[in-house]
Design a protein around this ligand. Structure first.
Ligand SMILES: C[S@@+](CC[C@H](N)C(=O)[O-])C[C@H]1O[C@@H](n2cnc3c(N)ncnc32)[C@H](O)[C@@H]1O
Length: 270
């Protein structure tokens, strides 16, 4: 049992704005880090002056990188108030506030106008949206015809997950409601977004698990008080990372990049 859609969203938003997640995940909150973000940007064919939406922008590291390295403007959207406040502060500090803005909002009801954007980015978050078809329709709505959406996300294959990886915590950790890559493609295509490219990056998931464990072990030795204050249950996290690593090694969990393009005549109807 994982909870209602509203509970899942509230839990995601609260978790990702917390000190615990910042401690464990570091700068960006997805496997592959900013190097996979750069790869995504290349596949999206971002150009100077493009307008980009970062859906579920988290701490805003992606939005800042895209603005600084690709000279685009970025509208980041996230459900978490704490996360948005952190993202705005870091963006101000980086001197990028004129190019990057953040909006409190739901991926299933993006608070931005129709057809105003060249690209949508959504990293390690689509899998957590309870209504994925609605989120895909929203990506299509905000894109101009010919605009592209780039997703990187957790994928699932085979006979499913161990019970312990189907809880609300696992949902928030982008695992419990992950889908096969084909299903992500079908969800986007049903919204009028034709898949033009896919790549597998399963090794990025293993690296992220390794990094979380390394951070956790270091903090347990050097700053146990910080972990306790942030409410991190070290043994529980290590249990989950062990199971998640096994699931990747067994070919059950993976990570993938997917690019889709809005058709000139969109299937989206409002
Ligand atoms: C794993 S983090 C990824 C953050 C960012 N994309 C990155 O890669 O660094 C997932 C993010 O999705 C946000 N989120 C979850 N559900 C959402 C929803 N329905 N609408 C908007 N944001 C959501 C969470 O608040 C969190 O910041």
């Amino acid at each position: 049992m994982t909870g209602t859609p509203a509970e899942i969203k509230a839990c995601c938003a609260a978790s990702y704005g917390s000190d615990a997640v910042a401690l464990l995940l570091g700068e960006s909150y997805h496997p592959g880090g900013l190097s996979l973000t750069r790869r995504l940007a290349e596949r999206l064919r971002l150009r100077s002056g493009h307008r980009v939406v970062d859906v579920a922008a988290g701490p805003g590291a992606t939005a800042r990188l895209l603005a600084a390295d690709y000279d685009v403007t970025v509208d980041g959207v996230d459900l978490g108030e704490e996360g948005i406040a952190r993202a705005r502060a870091a963006t101000e500090q980086a001197g990028l506030a004129a190019q990057v803005r953040f909006h409190l909002g739901d991926a299933e009801r993006i608070p931005l106008p129709d057809g105003g954007f060249d690209a949508v980015v959504c990293e390690c978050a689509f899998c957590t949206f309870p209504d994925k078809a609605m989120a895909a329709a929203e990506f299509a709505r905000v894109l101009r015809p010919g605009g592209r959406v780039g997703i990187t996300d957790v994928t699932i294959a085979g006979h499913g997950l161990p019970q312990e990886l189907t809880t609300l915590t696992a949902w928030v950790a982008c695992i419990a409601d992950a889908r096969p890559l084909d299903e992500y493609v079908a969800l986007l295509e049903a919204a009028g977004l034709r898949a033009v490219h896919t790549e597998h990056h399963d090794e990025a998931l293993i690296r992220m698990i390794d990094e979380i464990e390394a951070r956790l072990r270091l903090l347990r030795m050097t700053a146990p008080r910080r972990l306790a204050d942030a409410g991190v249950d070290v043994d529980a996290v290590l249990r989950h990372t062990t199971l998640a690593r096994e699931a990747v090694t067994d070919g059950v969990l993976g990570y993938a990049l997917l690019i889709a393009e809005k058709q000139l005549v969109s299937a989206y109807t409002s």
